[in-house]
Design a protein around this ligand. Structure first.
Ligand SMILES: [Zn+2]
Length: 130
């Protein structure tokens, strides 16, 4: 199953517009393992890994627009990983740890990671005007 299989044609086009370098037809969609769904914090609705978006069953319970916007968020992370997964991961971890060292909570440190800020911007664009 690919991410495109979860989308209508219009939704796929929207995501390609927002994240041009990541074709949802080339991204595998999988189920997030239970341990990751429990795991603190990122224990989220979805996780991106090179070539894959892992979705929690809860993601499918989202309103349609929020679901598509969540995929926009994850595809943005895949785009960020295109310039090097190790670089992405270390920048991600370092900015998180620096935030924690400054006394930020888990959620604050996580949300201040530049890759997360950018992914949230794209996610908001996918949600569109309310
Ligand atoms: Zn994210």
């Amino acid at each position: 199953m690919t991410v495109a299989d979860l989308l209508t044609e219009d939704e796929r086009r929207l995501l390609l517009e927002l994240v041009p370098s990541v074709d949802p037809r080339r991204v595998t969609a999988g189920w997030l393992p239970a341990w990751a769904r429990r795991g603190g914090g990122i224990g989220a609705l979805a996780v991106a890994w090179p070539g894959v978006v892992w979705l929690s069953p809860k993601a499918h319970g989202l309103p349609r627009r929020s679901f598509v916007a969540l995929l926009a968020h994850e595809l943005t992370h895949l785009r960020q990983m295109q310039s090097g997964f190790v670089g992405f991961l270390s920048a991600y971890a370092v900015t998180y740890l620096v935030g924690r060292a400054k006394g930020r909570s888990h959620l604050e440190a996580y949300s201040e990671i530049p890759a997360e800020r950018l992914a949230r911007e794209v996610q908001a664009k996918a949600l569109g005007p309310r």
